[in-house]
Design a protein around this ligand. Structure first.
Ligand code: 2F8
Ligand code: CA
Length: 170
């Protein structure tokens, strides 16, 4: 074999090596880009899910029997739920049309008079009280939602020992 041909072959092998290296680099880059996109998508989906979770309306159910506020709460908790927390106007408007009875909701100022708290311990920010309520008449510390036409004024505080049906949210 002549010297020229040997050099040509060596050059070909070098070129092939470079091409292979380039292909590997491209593959690596594509993998990194795809991986990054996957991670971004995953984070996005998780964030969406978390946000949707915190805003979502749950499953609502009402007890057949009437009970005190504490018994109502226990009734809900025994079923993996709790008395409903109504902390947005949207939720208040959603729930109100289904209210056909006096129903306990998860709001009470039993601990400190006038300091209404939800069952998750969060403070009441916006109330949807019947005019004149809450009036703490003879020590009323627990709250019911009542079936009246005005869906933005249908809460009343009543004695916690009175018996009403429970409105639970899971
Ligand atoms: O007049 C408002 C008043 O009406 C009732 O008491 C007479 C309610 N009590 C019950 O529904 C148990 C009060 O909570 C209400 O403030
Ligand atoms: Ca009252």
């Amino acid at each position: 074999m002549e010297m020229d041909t040997i050099y040509e072959n060596v050059e070909d092998v070098k070129d092939e090596g470079k091409a292979q290296q380039n292909r590997r680099s491209c593959l690596m880059l594509a993998t990194v880009i795809l991986g990054t996109i996957c991670v971004i998508l995953l984070v996005f989906v998780i964030l969406q899910h978390t946000r949707a979770g915190s805003n979502r309306l749950g499953l609502f159910f009402i007890s057949n029997n009437t009970m005190s506020w504490s018994e109502s709460r226990q009734f809900c908790r025994d079923r993996g739920a709790d008395l409903v927390i109504i902390n947005t106007e949207e939720k208040q408007r959603f729930i109100s049309p289904f209210v056909e009875d006096f129903l306990w909701i998860g709001l009470t100022d039993e601990e400190i008079e006038g300091n209404m708290k939800w069952v998750d311990n969060s403070p009441l920010k916006q109330g949807f009280w019947v005019d004149g309520e809450p009036n703490n008449l003879n020590g009323e510390n627990c709250v019911i939602i009542v079936p009246v036409e005005n869906f933005l004024k249908n809460w009343n505080d009543v004695p916690c020992t009175f018996t009403f049906k429970a409105l639970c949210e899971k």
